[in-house]
Design a protein. Sequence first.
Length: 259
Amino acid sequence: MNKKSISKRTADKPGPLIFAGETHIGLVREVNEDCFCYIDYPQESSSLAVVTDGIGGHQSGDIASALCCRRFVSAWKKKRMGNVDSVEKIKTFLYEQIVEVNNDLFAQNSRKNLDHPMGTTIVTAVFTPSSVISGHAGDSRLYEVHNDKIKQLTEDHSFVAELVRKGMITEEEAQVHPFSHVISRSVGPSDDMIPEINVFKRKPSARYLLCSDGLTIHIRKEQLLEYMSMATPQAALDKMMKEALIQGGEDNITIICAF
């Protein structure tokens, strides 16, 4: 086998990802209710990334979002998921962890009898050598960038997103809709919440973005594609964060880039 064929076969396979993550309180809010985490050990075949966004205006949204991340980190390490490549096992892991955190938060809400129960959105992704397995509830998003195109892999669980899917309003109108903040699914407020789990083929050279809506309320998809084309995940993150703050930083902003 010659060197050319070896190089081609390697290029056809996705390689290890490099991660960068950051959360910022923004320029308006007094509390950062976002949280994020990622686990990427070089000796393990699978990596985990999580972004959570405490529901704005609800009590203890920061506690709910942080609890989600802590539980995911603990369970990932305890179950040694970094060495698991089975898509079915990873799907089960994501589903069970989101449901367990939901049940815990719901129980806390019930005990405290809060007028506005604490809750959080979540978007999580597990990257294996061949697949991307996502779990989400709410409007925090997962994007894929490949061949100079950007695709939103998750569908928002929100009132305006449903209107867009039904063709009643455009994506541009959804950005300024008075009910753009209304979430139809989240972790914590309801005992019957079902997370959405999806599986995607991991493409060679594809890049991934997980973010809270504090980023996407300010930056259009075309701009995200431009920034995600930068040389490193940290450079892309820095550019997106700076631009979201320049545009007003109206909400907490959380970003994870994986190249």
